[in-house]
Design a protein around this ligand. Structure first.
Ligand code: PMP
Ligand code: GLU
Length: 415
């Protein structure tokens, strides 16, 4: 039997059959990979538009609404006339609130003039890539990594150097691996904890062991992406920037999207050495200017208010994690990790490689995910997009009913 996959035309995909596009578009965009998370969620939407009942566990975004007090603050800011351009690095009051937050939650000292607010943490990372990288500079990326790191580094002319950990080490790289990857061209180390896509959380001891390695390499800076800080099921979030030996070389990324369910607001920020913050401001001043004015006012309220609503969301995610792990354990051949944070699980599916399911041969994680989309109408994301082809990512930021239904369908499709 021949299995035909549904391969839709993605809106962001470049039509390689169009000779004018191929001739006139920049090499930069032609060589750029599309974001796999966004691609998969668009494929799910397309299939749904065709009348299929699709469950999408592909996009990493809280399914909760933004807490009411934050929305009220934005409405009030609009009524109060906060409708104008803001300073490029963000409103001073917001940078002061972020500075206090860094001290309060992370024991990090970033003064307001070391903070840049951007249109999402994605832009913060892009600013850094453009501000810091020259052609050929190496960036060590801890894998599994968030999809966009690789492409953002390449866009800045950098060379991604991937060091990789598997499920047997809870997807965490060792100090020895890090030491072995550093060369005299290494400029940055980039990682997230809690991690997208694995949900793994580095402990303070693990982070400090990595920092000990970096201490001797004075040209190397670290980008620590802590956007899932508040979705952490262990006792305490740790920041590598609190290591005294490297604290002046750490750029800490965070944002409003995950902890406050504000993905659509597009608000992220970084704390950085002042010379790096100034450089990022310069880039942002030519690209987008300051982030949305009334959103920034709401972000002050979010950061300065009681974090009860944030922790209520975290508790809901923890319950769902238990459910998802339990349901996955009932699928023969599926080996799930036990994540400590974020809202992803990243099961190892190498058992299925080389096998033929309903006439379709599964050779890699992309085959596996396309098969699940086609056969089970469940959208998940292939591990290859995160630098780990033997796995796939489930985002469990979805209702319990959807999670039960989706994993039931996956089980049936793999039976
Ligand atoms: N870093 C990580 C690890 C993420 O998962 C995301 C989610 N999109 C981002 C950065 C960017 O978040 P945003 O641009 O919505 O602030
Ligand atoms: N960070 C989320 C994810 O990994 C949102 C999608 C994106 O920005 O790529 O799914």
């Amino acid at each position: 039997m021949h299995f035909i996959f549904y391969r839709p035309l993605i809106f962001a995909q470049i039509d390689t059959m169009n000779p004018i596009a191929i001739q006139l578009l920049s090499d930069r965009v032609l060589e750029l990979e599309e974001s796999a998370t966004i691609k998969m969620s668009q494929m799910a939407r397309d299939l749904r538009d065709k009348g299929h009942s699709v469950i999408s566990l592909s996009l990493g975004e809280p399914d909760f609404d933004t807490p009411a007090h934050i929305k009220e603050a934005a409405k009030k800011a609009l009524d109060d006339g906060f409708t104008k351009y803001t300073p490029v690095p963000g409103l001073l009051e917001l940078r002061q609130a972020i500075s206090r937050k860094f001290k309060r939650d992370n024991n990090l000292d970033y003064a307001p003039d070391q903070i840049v607010v951007s249109n999402g943490a994605k832009q913060s990372i892009a600013n850094l890539s453009l501000a810091l990288l020259n052609e050929g500079d190496e960036v060590i990326i801890l894998a599994p990594y968030w999809v966009s790191y690789f492409e953002i580094v390449r866009l800045g002319g950098g060379v991604p150097v991937v060091i990789k950990a598997g499920i047997e080490s809870d997807f965490k790289v060792s100090p020895d691996q890090l030491a072995g990857a550093i060369t005299d061209r290494t400029k940055l180390v980039l990682f997230s904890s809690p991690c997208n896509p694995t949900g793994s959380v580095y402990t303070k001891e693990e982070l400090f062991a990595l920092a000990d390695v970096l201490q001797a390499h004075e040209q190397v800076h670290v980008i620590s992406d802590e956007i899932y800080e508040y979705i952490n099921f262990t006792d305490k979030h740790a920041s590598i920037g609190s290591h005294p030996g490297i604290k002046d070389r750490v750029i800490t990324i965070n944002g409003m999207s995950k902890g406050f369910a504000m993905t659509g607001w597009r608000l992220g920020y970084m704390g950085a050495p002042k010379w790096i913050a100034d450089a990022c401001s310069k880039i942002q001043g030519q690209f987008t200017s300051g982030a949305t004015s009334f959103g920034q006012m709401a972000a002050i309220t979010a950061l300065e208010s009681d974090l009860g609503p944030t922790y209520a969301m975290r508790d809901a995610f923890r319950k769902r994690r238990e459910l998802v792990i339990e349901l996955l354990s009932e699928i023969p051949g599926m080996e799930s990790n036990h994540p400590d944070g974020a809202f992803y699980v990243f099961p190892d599916i190498s058992f299925f490689f080389g096998k033929t399911l309903r006439g379709y041969k599964i050779n890699n994680s992309e085959d596996f995910c396309l098969y699940l989309l086609q056969e089970a109408h469940v959208a998940v994301v292939e591990g290859s997009a995160f630098g780990a082809d033997q796995c796939f990512r489930i985002s469990y930021a979805a209702s319990e009913a959807d999670l039960r239904e989706a994993i039931g369908r996956i089980k049936a499709a793999l039976a």
